[in-house]
Design a protein around this ligand. Structure first.
Ligand code: NAD
Ligand code: PRE
Length: 257
């Protein structure tokens, strides 16, 4: 299959890497320097090259802020039967865009990235496939993700946004709060070091990616739960309420079972 990948960043180079052995791949990036890090693939910098390549599938791995721009730029040079796809962490605006595009589409979200996951062992990682997607497109990504041993879940666009509002924003916000009150530690303990590693990894991610995950309309109510729990915890701590503490620990241990 002829596959065009938009964006030669963290995820684009990963997808190029895994697809280039079985498919004819090409990578297009607006920043030609990024193309130095992709191998065994065509490296495109112009729309003419894309047109000539006649891709059958496009995987949009451009910076999340530019997902729609990247599509809009290449759509005019794609064959009409090409399937377009994205792997964006935030699906805002995509459903409408796809429906109006006239192209078959498939939207998925690999719930991992190179910051924390080991990309050569993804057996404990997950991927979401959006159920509104085209049948053939879904089959392609199901096969690919199965080959990577990922656990696959099928959600609608709405269910995806709801899940992400919880499963990304809660750890993100907890980590931001940890970082916000951070003081340099000369002799940190193990738990501190683990939190610190997460904070450093997370804060190395693209600002816009972090922002868009938190600006998901469903996020504020999730973050408000953190405030409620912190208030309760502070009451227990300030009043040295041993029974309250025990009950609280029992409650939260149940939660993580
Ligand atoms: N990083 C992660 O952990 C992760 C995980 C899952 C999904 N995603 C999603 O993958 C996508 C890419 O994220 P990333 O972390 O690889 O980003 P990245 O910043 O590492 O790379 C993005 C690349 O896109 C290029 N680009 C920008 N505009 C472009 C355009 N119009 N056309 C072509 N290329 C363009 C940039 O030059 C850059 O090389 C995003 O949609 C993100 O939400 C990221
Ligand atoms: O970079 C990583 O390894 C991640 O874990 C990335 C992570 C996450 O924080 O869970 C961040 C954004 C995604 O869309 C999916 C996963």
């Amino acid at each position: 299959m002829r596959i065009l990948i938009l964006g030669a960043g963290k995820m684009g180079s990963f997808f190029t890497d895994i697809l280039s052995f079985q498919h004819e791949t090409a990578v297009f990036d607006v920043n030609p320097h990024q193309l130095r890090f992709v191998y065994n693939t065509y490296r495109f910098t112009t729309l003419e090259e894309i047109k000539e390549f006649e891709p059958e599938l496009v995987i949009n791995a451009a910076t999340v802020k530019y997902t729609l721009d990247a599509f809009r730029k290449v759509l005019p040079v794609l064959p009409k039967d090409c399937i377009i796809s994205d792997i964006a962490s935030v699906k805002t605006g995509l459903k409408k865009f796809y429906e109006e595009s006239g192209f078959r589409y498939v939207s998925t979200h690999p719930m991992f990235g190179p910051t924390f996951a080991s990309l050569n062992n993804l057996g404990s990682e997950n991927a979401i496939i959006i159920s509104e997607s085209d049948h053939m497109g879904k089959i392609f990504f199901k096969d690919l993700y199965q080959t990577l041993r990922l656990n696959i879940f099928e959600y609608t666009f709405d269910e995806h946004d709801e899940t992400v509002a919880y499963s990304l924003s809660i750890p993100f916000v907890s980590t931001f709060v940890f970082a916000a009150i951070m003081k340099h530690q000369e002799a940190p303990g193990t738990t501190f070091k683990k939190h610190m590693a997460i904070a450093k990894g997370l804060l190395s991610e693209d600002d816009y990616l972090l922002q868009e995950i938190l600006f998901n309309p469903r996020t504020p109510s999730q973050v408000a739960n953190i405030r409620t729990e912190l208030k309760r915890l502070l009451e227990i701590i300030e009043s040295k309420d041993a029974a309250g503490m025990k009950a609280y620990l029992t409650k939260i241990r149940e939660k993580i079972k």
